[in-house]
Design a binder for this molecule. Structure first.
Ligand SMILES: NC(=O)c1ccc[n+]([C@@H]2O[C@H](COP(=O)([O-])OP(=O)(O)OC[C@H]3O[C@@H](n4cnc5c(N)ncnc54)[C@H](O)[C@@H]3O)[C@@H](O)[C@H]2O)c1
Length: 431
């Protein structure tokens, strides 16, 4: 009996290794139809999931109802499964090189329990070639089995967009692939169980890996172009958003906007592709330039704020700035790799005192990650307020909110251009 039939007849289980933003929704979706083991190395996260709580705060308790799933941090429980999905983080090192430690550790965990006939599918975003060149050798070493002959491997990248309530897991076409024709078909059919939007069968693992990495690299490069334009238009004294609005009336003008690029996908994945390109002897110019521009934007916004504060006739000594939003993008609670911290650090370098507020970020997480105390609310008067993240709570604000927070000639900095046309009496600057 093939893998698809065994899973559907509940003669074996599917396991998900790494239950974060990607892994938990997949595990719970499969658990509506087949038997699932959800494994994570963090027992404290497993304890929450056993109580129907998503530690990443994306899913409600309803998502856990009637799910046929066992949550565990005991790797031996993975033995009862035959189809393993690996969804662990793929971060970069301090020097912006791929850090494969979690994905190789997870491969080791699975390798130790792998049986003849099992499948392993990687969902973590990696550079093209990583599954075959880096992960399969670890599976083979720890299982003492041979890929292709004894077990099968596939790659199926995840495309969810944090904070996006419209494009959710089952509504996004899923790219699937396998190490041979039989496994590719089985993997596609298994994902078709849960993906209502359907499955795109990529011709190979490398094609599927490449497709994922260029989706995010394309976004990164397009946003970098907008950021560069905003630097030019700032020198010209022209509002970037007004230019984009005018240019956007042409049918084929692409709708991208300037801003901070943080988080663990768009700001990270191009480094994986760049690493692979260099390993192949090609030094990518566009990809690296895009990364350089986007990684510089926090510092640029900080410096522009300082210049404008001085231009307002203020002395930087004793200056106070409020930053609204610390998460890596709007309407999420995730603060990892937030580029807002580059603004904070730039301002602090000038001796400015900075308060940060955010409607969703956790105080504890912010302290642990960035060693700063998140404030519950603004306190006292500020010389500038920077609206750094366009959370939905902030979109309804107008000048009547900012004026009482500001000293005379206090500046409003609008990183995402969401206050355009609303600030009439205070100095105003946006990207
Ligand atoms: N978050 C997104 O929206 C998103 C979208 C598309 C793709 N991705 C990619 O998916 C992958 C996972 O990202 P995420 O956002 O879900 O990460 P995450 O940090 O939210 O979750 C990862 C989970 O894996 C666990 N983990 C780490 N090492 C482990 C190991 N060796 N064994 C078992 N569990 C382990 C962690 O404890 C954590 O619970 C990454 O490659 C990411 O680039 C993420």
């Amino acid at each position: 009996m093939n893998m698809f039939n065994k899973l559907v007849k509940k003669e074996t289980k599917l396991s998900v290794i790494g239950l974060g933003y990607v892994g938990l929704p997949i595990a719970l979706e499969f658990a509506k139809q087949i038997k699932v083991v959800g494994f994570d190395i963090k027992p404290e996260r497993i304890d929450l999931m056993k109580k129907g709580i998503d530690p990443s705060k994306e899913l409600t308790s309803d998502a856990f109802k009637s799910a046929d799933i066992v949550f565990t941090s005991d790797p031996s429980e993975l033995k009862s499964a035959s189809f393993h999905i690996i969804a662990v983080p793929t971060p970069t090192t301090k020097n912006n090189l791929p850090d494969l430690t979690p994905v190789l550790k997870a491969s080791e965990t699975v390798g130790r329990i792998l049986k003849k006939g099992d499948y392993v599918v990687y969902e973590s975003t990696v550079y093209p070639g990583c599954t075959e060149d880096d992960c399969i050798p670890v599976l083979e070493r720890y299982s003492e089995l041979k890929c292709g002959k004894d077990f099968k491997v596939g790659f199926s990248p995840e495309r969810i967009n944090p904070g996006d309530i419209n494009h959710t897991l089952t509504k996004i076409v899923k790219v699937t692939s396998g190490c041979d024709a039989e496994s590719a078909e089985n993997i596609a059919k298994i994902y078709e169980l849960i993906i209502k939007a359907g499955v795109h069968r990529a011709s190979s693992i490398k094609v599927a890996e490449s497709a994922k990495i260029i989706e995010n690299t394309q976004r990164d490069i397009n946003i970098a172009f907008m950021n560069e334009l905003s630097i030019i238009f700032n020198r010209l004294g022209v509002n970037t958003y007004e230019v984009l609005e005018a240019a956007g009336t042409k049918w084929n003008f692409l709708k991208f906007y300037p801003g901070l690029v943080g988080g663990h996908c768009i700001g990270v994945d191009p480094y994986y592709l760049s690493f692979k390109a260099k390993a192949l002897g090609y030094h990518p110019q566009m990809i690296d330039s895009g990364r350089f521009v986007n990684d510089s934007m926090g510092g640029y916004i900080g410096k522009q704020t300082v210049k404008k504060i001085i231009a307002c006739g203020k002395n930087l000594k004793g200056c106070r700035v409020l930053i609204m939003g610390i998460t890596f993008k709007e309407d999420v609670t995730d603060i990892r790799n937030s580029k807002v911290m580059d603004i904070v650090n730039e301002l602090k370098d000038f001796g400015i005192s900075v308060d940060v507020i955010d409607p969703g970020a956790g105080k504890h997480e912010v302290k642990e990650e960035y060693q700063i105390d998140l404030k519950d609310k603004p306190s006292g008067k500020y010389d500038a307020v920077i609206l750094a993240v366009s959370h939905k709570e902030y979109l309804k604000l107008d000048e009547s909110y900012f004026t009482p927070l500001l000293n005379k000639d206090g500046l409003v900095v609008d990183v995402k251009g969401v206050l355009r046309g609303k600030i009439k009496n205070n100095p105003y600057w946006s990207l």
